[in-house]
Ligand binder design. Structure first.
Ligand code: NI
Ligand code: MN
Length: 228
């Protein structure tokens, strides 16, 4: 069974796995890197890592149009319910749940999480997904480097998706240290080149990963997919 990951630019990712369509941090309209308008996005589940506008994105409209379930931390899931989203599922850091697409655990992230209207967005999170065929996929989303990435790496990761943009999240140097802690088979960098403030050279970073780690760095262009 194959899972297919598509990078839509910034921190927005589509994942098809086990016959379900997931979108992580669905920021399409207003995302200068996105190759798809929110109106064309199909989804069964939307995963939202924290409350910032570039991650909440078009979640409300996509959920209302498609009937997708939004999964996030408890505070953000409750906020989406108040915005008129019918199906929400709140979890919290360290907690896992067996969804139809696989077992999803929320992981810690070092970041902020206030919601677009100023509401409390709880604590930001990353996602650790065990697919139906036992692959482990870690989506760090927005975070600084933290030593407990080593614990996440102990799960045996097939894939890690991590930010390299700097300024708001880890930059290339800390992201390289993150790869060493996580030791995934494959790493895909995100949250860069959306705006000039987070411009980075993905290929140069991939070369450093190849030189200093046993991980393969895959550089996607927005709209590109990777199968695993
Ligand atoms: Ni953020
Ligand atoms: Mn962000």
């Amino acid at each position: 069974m194959t899972s297919q990951l598509t990078w839509h630019g910034h921190a927005t990712l589509g994942l098809e796995t086990g016959g379900y369509r997931l979108v992580i941090d669905p920021f399409f309209n207003g995302n200068p890197a996105a190759t798809l308008p929110a109106e064309k996005v199909e989804a069964d589940f939307l995963l939202v890592s924290h409350g910032h506008g570039d991650h909440v994105g078009d979640a409300v409209h996509i959920a209302q149009r498609t009937g997708a379930t939004i999964i996030s931390n408890f505070e953000i899931a409750s906020w989406f319910a108040k915005q008129g989203v019918e199906k929400t599922h709140g979890q919290h850091i360290g907690g896992g749940f067996k969804h139809p697409f696989g077992y999803l655990k929320l992981t810690q992230a070092l970041h902020g999480s206030s919601l677009p209207d100023g509401s409390n967005g709880g604590n930001p999170c990353g996602f650790l997904l065990t697919t139906q065929d036992g692959k482990k996929l870690y989506f760090a989303q927005d975070t600084g480097l933290f030593g407990d990435m080593k614990l996440i790496g102990e799960e045996g990761l097939n894939l890690a998706v991590i930010p390299i943009g700097d300024n708001y999240t880890m930059g290339p140097d800390d992201a390289l240290r993150a790869v060493k802690l996580l030791a995934p088979k494959v790493v895909i960098p995100i949250h860069y080149n959306t705006w000039g403030l987070i411009a980075q050279d993905g290929q140069a970073w991939a070369a450093r990963v190849a030189q200093e780690t046993g991980t393969k760095a895959v550089i996607l262009k927005p709209g590109d997919s990777f199968s695993l």
